[in-house]
Design a protein around this ligand. Structure first.
Ligand code: HEC
Length: 114
């Protein structure tokens, strides 16, 4: 899944994955603590699937893509699904890499970001 990324992106994403495994919480506790069920699982996937290595949420994360702190104020459910499945300039499409279950959980998390 990282073959299309530059080597510096690969290094950063490996660091993000290691950090998420070691700390279990790369996102701020203020973001993750209130989450339940699918949104909670989605926040973990957001880190483990390296979204977090390119996107900031509440000041934490990478800066190659837009800050997603308030993404649900801009994009609704269907728009989020389409953006993540298809990707865009500078972002890989995740339609093949994520099952619809995991994609739905990540979207449930992002919908809490109003
Ligand atoms: C290699 C860096 C990178 C990774 C990894 C990445 N993104 Fe992105 N993402 C971007 C860039 C760059 C854009 C802006 C693309 C554009 O202008 O169309 C973007 C755009 C978005 C948008 C639209 C934001 C807006 O305000 O319009 C969403 C939502 C999003 N990404 C979610 C995700 C999710 C969820 C994941 C993980 C499954 C992910 N991204 C992984 C770089 C990345």
């Amino acid at each position: 899944m990282w073959t299309h990324a530059s080597s510096s992106a690969s290094r950063r994403s490996s660091a993000a994955i290691i950090r998420s495994i070691w700390s279990g919480a790369a996102l701020p506790a203020a973001v993750t603590a209130p989450l339940r069920d699918d949104a909670r699982a989605g926040a973990a996937l957001f880190v483990d699937r390296s979204c977090w290595s390119c996107h900031v949420v509440e000041g934490s994360g990478g800066r190659r893509g837009p800050d997603l702190t308030h993404v649900a104020a801009r994009l609704d459910h269907d728009a989020l699904v389409a953006r993540i499945a298809n990707g865009g300039p500078g972002m890989p499409g995740y339609a093949a890499a994520l099952g619809s279950d995991d994609l739905g959980k990540i979207v449930a998390f992002l919908l809490t970001r109003r």
